[in-house]
Each structure stands twice: as C-alpha cells, then as structure tokens.
Design a protein around this ligand. Structure first.
Ligand SMILES: [Zn+2]
Length: 104
C-alpha cells in the first residue's frame, strides 16, 4: 500500500468520526429531565456517550496526525528511533508512530 492509498483509506474514517463526535456533542448537551428519578438513567447514558466521544476524539486526533505525517513526508518513520516502520505494520495500523521494536 502506498502512503497516498493509506491517506485515502483514513479519510472516510475521519469523516465518520467527525459526524459521530458532532452527534454525541448534541446528545451530551441536552438538558436533564426535571425529575431526579428520570435523571439517573439520563446521567448513565451521558457517561457512556462521553466516554465514547473521548474515544472518538482520540482516534480522530491519531488519524489527523497520521495524515499530517503523510503530507509532510514523515509517515512511516519511527518517532523513537527514527528507523523505518515496517509497511505491513502501517497497513495494519496506519496510526502507528513507533516501529515494532520500539512499540514492544
Ligand atoms: Zn523505533
């Protein structure tokens, strides 16, 4: 897989994440119900939504960073040792910033 192909494969995922983050933002900013009894369930839902949102934001950040590295020509370079990250590892995990040796 070329770096351009990896960038192409990451972009739809990033768009999906952006849409889901926007939807979760809407869900988590809604007012709580007036009755405390109803709020219990709402708060439990909210906590789930927010942890999902945090996970999505984290993944989106990693994808944006990977796309930036592709753009700048630093993609596939280990951030720890400066060595090459194996193409098979990048194909499986395009957001990897370390080679296998440094990640282990
Ligand atoms: Zn390394």
């Amino acid at each position: 897989m070329t770096h351009a192909q990896i960038a192409e494969s990451l972009q739809p995922r990033l768009l999906t994440l952006h849409a889901e983050i926007a939807a979760l933002e809407t869900a988590t900013t809604q007012a709580l119900p007036a009755k405390f009894a109803d709020q219990v369930g709402e708060l439990a839902d909210l906590a789930t939504d927010e942890s999902l949102e945090v996970a999505h934001i984290h993944e989106a950040e990693q994808i944006v960073a990977a796309l930036a590295r592709i753009e700048s020509g630093h993609f596939g370079v280990c951030s720890s040792c400066g060595g090459e990250i194996a193409p098979a590892r990048l194909a499986a995990l395009p957001t990897a910033i370390n080679c296998i040796a440094c990640a282990a």
